[in-house]
Design a protein around this ligand. Structure first.
Ligand code: ADP
Ligand code: MG
Length: 671
């Protein structure tokens, strides 16, 4: 047996099942073994049917009279049967689980566990899980439960794993271990536990293994980065001081510290690899501008990559305002830029110091004279290949210093593992004078009663409003209101008020024109899709309404909300919900807190690391087993990785490990 072989090499898995497994991401024998149960059921405490009380029960018996019928509601099927033991009989019911009819044979004995409750005037056992008595170890009564994939249900996985039971002994260790065979035992006991404790220990080991891989990947990235050479950018204290003194505001302590950390990195001939994290509105731009100024002072070039034309334009205006007076030449390069080839010539000959742009920066014919610093705003919006394209535009043999910025706060536990080896600067202090954004969930009825008066008040104070909608066009199948109809409706409801809409399918020039007019205060209400999500800065906007708020993730809502509260005036955010379901915990958390770091922790708990990570990096961190909240395991893995790296022979010896971590290396890198 070879772990890299296709699952089809396992007994009981043919092309059809292999296809289903492939869709679930289970391609190899290794994937198959690592597809751990999601839970364990305990059938040990089976009671007799006569003694059952309402609530969760476990019984043991034979089943007959199985049949499936359609309910009056078209999409529901009901499968029923009768389970008997020596003391009595009970009706069992499953919904939309037609396969149950074929699962059981009338001669065999099964365990059933589920809720015994009153349904339609009669006590029945509702949607129980089941296991064949012969399959369950009588000593512990445990039965693993697998996630179903297509036609492969939990009991199918159980059977397939049982078929391969003898193969476990052939699994080699992945990592150096104190006791040889730790890995195969862990995998075995995860699938065939002796006790819940043994299953938990097994999972702990496998989680540790996974964290080890992740942390090793991050460390190797660091080593690779440290081998690269960059141009030193000396720190010119006098000039920087002068620049800071002329800013229209005082830098916060966090901004000063971040800038200082950046200057320190850029003075070295190893490329900087720094992530600048700061909640929305924390003031990342001026920190980036300071770094750019330091480079420009030395006659070096800087590129700033932004995910949208709107953002690039705003950055260009901001940078020009901050740096123009100091003789730094700033230019914008987006798809809509006119006289592109002329600008590109200037960039190639060093006539421009700071080039700010979108994907247009990445094209092959954009060449730099001496690119020494790359700033990537909202870095998770770009894939590894895109970031690489820009980084390779440095002079031959040199890598640019890299400053990646993100407004998505990274929970501490994630930072320890994935980002443990990155240099991170955190802006955890908002500029002075900011007021927390008052946030409130509104039902449909309340929308008119509360939001409309608030809109009138905001307009009378000459402040501006964002109204966020889900859809661009009306769709008769859903009830979501599009930006277009919402804008039309608001224009009718507020006569004389300038209402405009904005969405991602508009031409860049049209979008820029609308944003421009909104920035200048010529538009009072901007109805928009989430294109305004990142970075857009209009401090005079103080009210935001988010329609269909329940359809967005926590991080995204927090980002959206950050478009207001950017000036000194009090700001408000209303989360509009439809229907009468109780608001989700996400929305309630958002109502309670405006602290992005806190919300990131909450989000991590609610959604798990995969999702969060997806929002941070382009590409998903697919942890199968480990949870990033286990700091004890994380620390252990960190220590062991450090030991592992001390012996270079390990990299040759542990082949499976080294080849398996390339996927993690891709996602734990900034460059
Ligand atoms: P973000 O971190 O979301 O990118 P920005 O850099 O866009 O934040 O800054 C938000 C706003 O705060 C801008 O209008 C900026 O000029 C202003 N700002 C930045 N730093 C300070 C400061 N130290 N004091 C006051 N205002 C500041
Ligand atoms: Mg920004």
């Amino acid at each position: 047996m070879n772990l890299a072989d296709s699952v089809e090499s396992l007994q009981g898995i043919g092309p059809k099942r292999a296809e289903i497994l492939k869709k679930a991401g289970i391609r190899t024998v290794r994937d198959f073994f690592y597809n751990l149960p999601r839970d364990y059921e305990n059938f040990q405490a089976a009671e007799s049917i006569a003694e059952m009380r309402p609530g969760k029960v476990v019984i043991k018996g034979k089943i007959d009279s199985l049949s499936t019928r359609r309910a009056k509601r078209r999409r529901l099927s009901i499968t029923e049967g009768v389970v008997r033991d020596s003391t009595g009989a009970v009706k069992v019911v499953w919904f939309n689980q037609g396969y149950r009819v074929k699962q059981f044979s009338p001669e065999k004995e099964y365990y059933f566990t589920g809720n015994f409750e009153l349904k339609n005037g009669r006590y029945s056992l509702i949607s129980p899980s089941a296991a064949e008595v012969a399959d369950i170890d009588p000593k512990n009564g445990l039965s693993p439960v697998y996630v179903a994939h297509g036609a492969l249900k939990s009991h199918d996985f159980k059977r397939l794993v049982a078929n391969s039971r003898s193969k476990f002994s052939e699994i080699p260790d992945l990592l150096p271990t104190v006791k040889p065979g730790t890995r195969k035992n862990a995998l075995f006991y995860a699938h065939f536990p002796n006790s819940l404790k043994s299953a938990q220990n097994a999972r702990d080991y496998l989680a540790y293994e996974e964290l080890f891989e992740l942390i090793l990947a991050a460390k190797l990235n660091r080593q690779e980065n440290d081998k690269l050479k960059a141009e030193k950018i000396p720190f010119n204290a006098a000039k920087i001081k002068e620049f800071v003194a002329k800013l229209p505001f005082q830098l916060t302590g966090a901004q000063r510290l971040a800038a200082w950390e950046i200057f320190q990195n850029m003075e070295k001939d190893t490329p900087m690899n720094r992530l600048l994290q700061g909640d929305v509105g924390a003031g990342k731009t001026v920190v980036a501008a300071l770094a750019a100024y330091a480079a420009a002072l030395e006659g070096r070039q800087v590129a700033l990559l932004a995910p949208t034309a709107i953002l690039a334009t705003q950055h260009c205006e901001g940078f020009s305002r901050l740096l123009g007076a100091f003789g730094v030449k700033v230019a914008l390069l987006t798809g809509a830029t006119k006289k592109k080839s002329e600008l590109k010539k200037q960039i190639a000959t060093g006539g421009i110091d700071v080039v700010i742009g979108t994907h247009a920066l990445l094209t092959d014919d954009t060449e730099f004279h001496d690119l020494s610093l790359v700033v990537i705003d909202e870095q998770h919006r770009f894939g590894v290949e895109q970031r690489q394209k820009l980084l390779l535009k440095s002079p031959d043999g040199l890598a640019p210093h890299l400053l990646a910025m993100t407004a998505t706060p990274i929970p501490r536990s994630l930072q320890l593992t994935v980002f443990g080896d990155l240099d991170v600067s955190i802006l955890n202090e908002l500029p002075k004078g900011r007021q927390p954004i008052a946030t409130k969930i509104l039902t449909e009825v309340e929308t008119r009663e509360i939001l409309y008066p608030k809109i009138r008040e905001t307009l009378s104070q000459k402040s501006q409003i964002y109204w966020i909608c889900k859809a661009i066009d009306d769709d008769p199948r859903t009830e979501t209101t599009s930006v277009k109809s919402r804008a039309a409706k608001l224009a009718r409801d507020f006569p004389g008020v300038e209402v405009e809409f904005l969405h991602g399918r508009m031409k860049p020039a049209e979008k820029d024109a609308v944003m421009e007019r909104f920035s200048r205060g010529e538009i009072q209400i901007l109805v928009s899709t989430t294109v305004v999500e990142v970075g857009v800065d209009v401090p005079n906007a103080t009210l935001m309404a988010i329609e269909n708020a329940e359809s967005y993730g926590l991080a995204q809502l927090h980002q959206l909300r950050g478009r207001v509260g950017r000036g000194s005036k009090a700001s408000f955010c209303y989360l509009l919900t439809s229907g009468d379901a109780r608001p989700s915990q996400r929305l309630r958390e958002l109502e309670k807190s405006t602290d992005g770091f806190h919300l990131a922790e909450v989000d991590l708990k609610l959604r798990g690391p995969g999702e969060i990570y997806g929002a941070l990096q382009h590409g998903a961190l697919d942890l199968r087993i480990a949870t990033l909240s286990d700091t004890r395991l994380i620390h252990r893995a960190q220590e062991d990785v450090a030991k592992f790296l001390k012996n270079p022979e390990n990299m040759v010896k542990y082949k499976e490990l080294m080849s398996g971590i390339t996927k993690y290396q891709q996602i734990t890198t900034l460059n």
